[in-house]
Ligand binder design. Structure first.
Ligand code: PEP
Ligand code: MG
Length: 578
């Protein structure tokens, strides 16, 4: 009898193979009192465990094949950096001294405190970085508890073609498993924005997360099918089901070949309209992949990643060096640097402010305008970097034009200061606004009249328009890019930009979803920015579309937004041969 488990598909593709279960139960940490005379020994034991964890990661780093891409190996470096972070090392030592407790307990207390900070963050991506904290702390914890001290022992055996099923996988383990030739993986934990999920997409291994019951229902060694697009894991499949999935595998293979061939082709519609396809990046290392996919530039550089995993923000020179390295790697293609989009985060605002609703609180430009010591070094670094190539400066989360004027006036002050100091910058740097708050979309023409470009952040625009937290599982079902209200706001923004004669881009997830490409083309969007893995797929849709036919069809769709009928009509657009 066949059995299907569902989860969240995070990396598309179909794999058929033998299940390899990695058993690693959760750790139960107990508190115990340490007598005063043994406290220093306990601290030494803790520091030895941290060293051993560092050694494990360094060994792993050394075992990664030379051919592994730098952006993939960088995930292990992130964990190594965390082990040098005072928050994870010094504070537990202080706690052992203050509370007279065992190292495991001190580490657990610190883990809970750090995770709390992450949970307060309004940015979905940053919130999921708590997985990294957990992975690093668990590694130290297992060494302390002598529970599988070599946390990577599972990865020493050949696993050609296996489908790995695990409670959770660290990015480091994922890298090694890929090297051992696994064909797919499913985990019980994790979300679509976790590093492990991002890695899977980057390495193009079919994967799913949030698959409950893996260890209860699946036997080690039995044949399973994993569908990373739909998030389904099937065991005990009959011949007919196996045949169906073999065909899907073949289609997927053909699709990959076809997409790979597209990377050197420009994005031009059938009626000759050239469309700009840009990439979103988080780390300078992402640039390699962006160049391989021949993107037209970077439409969103999320600079908050520079500010993560450290006690103090990067200074102006560090930021400048980093931006210049990306500009140089882009070889003349534009780089859109988004100013810091951080939420109510203790590390950055310097206080212990607890924000009851971080998504509506002091985040992004609000935080920057409140704390110039955070904002000014970044503005200086971006302006100075603009002397090295085409840079666009983009401001997130603007909700009114007063904020915009404050930003523009700070930029002017920064220009004057740089001039006085004889530091060079480009006079042509383009300044743009992200439209991701409904109020900004409704007054997009006011923004457009002061800006060089607009960029629609649909991830937040949808969250704020529909009043649903984009990372809350309970309300995820309401997250609807095709809601008429969302479509109207997008259209208003595109129209406002077009009327003002400035480019309008879209850099939220919607831009990288090929189901919406024709709709957006028909609405007038000419610049899309997305994760690099989506570029060729979206390009394929663009190259098969005729904008002059789409415009009236989309206008008609927007004029008659009968509830429930929009998805069907968008489907027809996608199937139309015109
Ligand atoms: C968005 O909100 O659509 C966006 C691109 O920004 P982020 O996902 O970083 O909030
Ligand atoms: Mg946003």
């Amino acid at each position: 009898m066949s059995l299907a488990l569902s989860g969240i598909g995070v990396s598309r593709g179909v794999a058929i193979g033998k299940a390899h279960i990695i058993l690693r139960g959760s750790l139960e940490v107990l508190e115990s009192a340490i007598p005063a005379e043994l406290i220093e020994d306990e601290i030494a034991r803790f520091l030895r465990a941290v060293d051993a964890a560092r050694q494990q990661l360094e060994d792993l780093r050394g075992r990664i094949p030379q051919t592994t891409r730098a952006d993939i190996a960088a995930f292990i470096d992130t964990h190594l950096l965390m082990l040098d972070d005072a928050t994870l090392v010094t504070t537990p030592v202080d706690l052992i001294r203050e509370l007279g407790c065992n190292a495991e307990w001190a580490l657990k207390l610190q883990r809970d405190a750090v995770v709390d900070v992450f949970e307060q963050m309004d940015d979905a991506y940053l919130r999921t970085r708590r997985d990294d904290v957990d992975h690093v702390i668990n590694r130290v914890q297992r060494i302390l508890m002598d529970d599988g001290g070599d946390a990577d022992q599972d990865v020493a055996i050949p696993l050609e073609g296996a489908i790995v099923l695990a409670h959770d996988l660290t990015p480091a383990e994922t890298v090694m498993l890929e090297h051992q030739g696994i064909s797919a993986f499913a985990t019980e934990c994790g979300g679509p924005l976790s590093h492990t999920a991002i890695l899977a997409r980057s390495m193009q291994i079919p994967a799913m997360v949030g698959t409950h019951g893996l260890q209860r229902y699946i036997r080690d060694g039995e044949t399973v099918i994993l569908d990373g697009l739909r998030g389904v894991l099937i065991a005990g499949a009959d011949e007919r089901t196996l045949d169906y999935y073999r065909q899907r595998q073949e289609l997927e293979y053909q699709r990959q070949l076809e997409l790979a061939r597209l990377s050197d082709t420009p994005a031009i519609t059938r009626d000759g309209l050239s469309i700009s396809l840009m990439a979103n990046i988080e780390l300078p290392e992402d640039i390699d992949a962006v160049s391989r996919e021949s993107a037209n530039g970077v439409g969103l550089y999320r600079t908050e990643f520079l500010f993560m995993n450290r006690g103090t923000p990067p200074n102006e020179d560090e930021q400048y060096d980093c931006y210049v390295s990306v500009i140089e790697a882009l070889k003349g293609k534009p780089l859109t640097i988004r100013t810091l989009d951080m939420g109510a985060d203790k590390q950055v605002d310097g206080g212990n402010r607890v924000c009851s609703n971080p998504a509506l609180g002091l985040r992004a430009v609000r935080l920057c305008l409140k704390d110039h010591s955070l904002f000014k070094p970044q503005l200086r670094a971006i302006l100075r970097a603009s002397a090295h190539g085409p840079v666009r400066l983009m401001v997130p989360m603007l909700s009114n034009t007063q904020e915009l004027h404050q930003v523009l006036s700070l930029i002017n002050d920064t220009r004057s200061a740089l001039q006085r100091e004889s530091l060079t910058f480009s006079p042509d740097i383009k300044i743009g606004a992200m439209i991701e708050v409904p109020a900004a979309a409704l007054s997009a023409s006011d923004f457009a009249s002061h800006m060089d470009f607009l960029s629609i952040g649909t991830n937040d625009l949808i969250q704020y328009t529909l009043a649903i937290d984009r990372v809350d599982d309970e309300v995820n079902y309401l997250y609807d890019p095709l809601h008429p209200a969302v479509l109207r706001l997008i259209k208003m923004t595109i129209d406002a930009g077009t009327a003002a004669g400035i480019p309008v881009s879209m850099c939220g997830e919607m831009a990288g979803d090929p189901r919406y490409t024709r709709l957006l083309l028909g609405m007038g969007l000419r610049e899309f920015s997305m994760h690099h893995t989506a570029l060729q797929e979206v390009k394929r849709v663009i190259n098969s579309s005729t904008v002059t036919s789409l415009v009236p069809l989309v206008q008609e769709l927007l004029d008659n937004t009968t509830p429930g009928r929009i998805p069907g009509r968008v489907d027809s657009l996608n199937h139309s041969t015109r």
